[in-house]
Design a protein around this ligand. Structure first.
Ligand code: PLP
Length: 399
């Protein structure tokens, strides 16, 4: 698979285990970006000349592909700058309809981009954040979710797959229960979209956010899926060019969906590439992608668990992520040694500080596997981790 990704041709020794931060981009996606700059380079939705009309057609083809891929209607697909942008937009759209005292359910498992926009609304308009109690290992369960769900719940904003522990939350049941009390659901799918078949109709969520750069696609592009009936009722959060229908000195009407939520010039090259991304993922098959990522992760996990010096925080689950530390060693020290050996792994709190506080650690090491990794990546990674443990022991850093 590595041959499909130009970056590996230039970096033959690279062991890339940081795909949860951003995935590598295949030639096909890069070609689609180049296609825009080489053959179009014009704005969309405005011009009536052929280049502009053809570029607009390509953008709408991408939108349609994405809609079909996630079981949605094209009108429900809003192009954004990324998952963070989408999640912020949801909070801003709901700001107008939330009142002081309304409860918003979140959790300590969230990425900051899911949690902070609502923390801000707590300060700005006095909504109340309510946290789902996590199980000891950091999981969200339906039983615990039910403990915080009530008639006061107006929004449920939770992550589909944790970016640190890889847990898949049963969001379908959470959405069903939330709708029983009339709450609006916003799901952070940034870590789910690279690994799972998504079906908005089946999930029945009101909002769903994800980024393309984590799923072999371009940077700077995300999707905000929103249910048509709900989006129609909500106002845009950004005003400006192309999202409006008629403007006078003191009034404005908005375009139909999804355009009223897309202000100014869109990232057109990236939108071209999003269609190519969907083609690429479909050709490989998301089930195959997930199976291979988990297989490689489990090979590495099995060996790490044999080492007494290693603490793994998410050993009892199927995912592509291992969150771990060498006991008594800061994760930054370990990843620095790994980096010297051309092994890319992430250290820190991974934009999930409340989760690290919950786990009572300041930082963790995250190795995230994807389908383009191979068994030699796993063995190089394990080899350097073992050598690092021996080195730290020799210098008296650990017992
Ligand atoms: N949510 C989760 C679970 C993530 O892992 C990330 C990125 O790491 C984000 C949101 C934010 O995504 P982006 O940086 O693409 O906006």
């Amino acid at each position: 698979m590595k041959e499909l990704f130009p970056v590996f041709k230039k970096n033959k020794d690279l062991v890339y285990l940081d795909s949860a931060a951003s995935s590598m981009k295949p030639q096909k996606v890069i070609d689609a970006i180049n296609d825009y700059y080489l053959n179009y380079s014009v704005n969309i939705e405005r011009g009536v000349y052929n280049l502009a009309l053809n570029a607009t057609k390509r953008v709408e083809e991408s939108r349609k592909k994405i809609a079909e891929y996630i079981g949605a209607n094209s009108k429900e697909i809003i192009f954004t700058r990324g998952a963070s942008n989408s999640l912020n937009m949801v909070a801003l759209m709901l700001k107008k309809i939330l009142k002081p005292g309304d409860e918003v359910i979140t959790s300590e498992l969230e990425h900051h981009s899911s949690f902070l926009p609502f923390l801000n609304l707590q300060k700005e308009i006095g909504i109340k954040l309510v946290f789902v109690p996590l199980e000891a290992d950091g999981r969200i369960t339906i039983d615990n979710f039910k403990k915080v769900l009530s008639n006061k719940t107006k929004v449920v904003a939770l992550t589909h797959v944790s970016n640190v522990l890889g847990y898949k939350t049963d969001v379908k049941e959470i959405i069903r229960l939330s709708h029983e009390v009339g709450a609006i659901t916003s799901i952070d799918g940034a870590q789910a979209s690279p690994h799972m078949k998504l079906d908005m109709k089946d999930l029945d969520t009101d909002f769903y956010s994800f980024s393309f750069h984590k799923m072999c696609g371009p940077t700077g592009l995300g999707i905000l899926y929103g249910k048509k009936e709900l989006l129609e009722k909500l106002d845009p959060v950004e005003l400006g060019g192309e999202m409006n229908d008629e403007v006078t000195k003191n009034s404005v009407t908005y375009k139909d969906l999804p355009y009223k939520f897309e202000t100014g010039t869109m990232p057109i090259a990236e939108i071209f590439a999003s269609g190519a991304t969907i083609d690429f993922l479909s050709e490989i098959g998301i089930e195959n992608i997930e199976k291979e990522s988990i297989r490689l992760r489990n090979l590495a996990l099995k060996e790490l668990l044999k080492l007494d010096e290693i603490e793994v925080y998410n050993k009892n689950q199927e995912s592509s992520i291992i969150a771990f530390n060498i006991k008594g060693v800061h994760s930054h020290d370990l990843v620095s040694v790994l980096a010297e050996n051309n092994i890319a792994v992430r250290a820190g709190h991974h934009c999930a500080e409340p989760l690290h506080r919950f786990l009572k650690i300041s930082a963790s090491t995250r190795a995230s596997f994807y389908f383009y990794n191979d068994e030699s990546d796993v063995s190089k990674f394990l080899d350097v981790v073992k050598k690092t443990i021996s080195f730290f022991r020799e210098v008296g850093y650990i017992d």
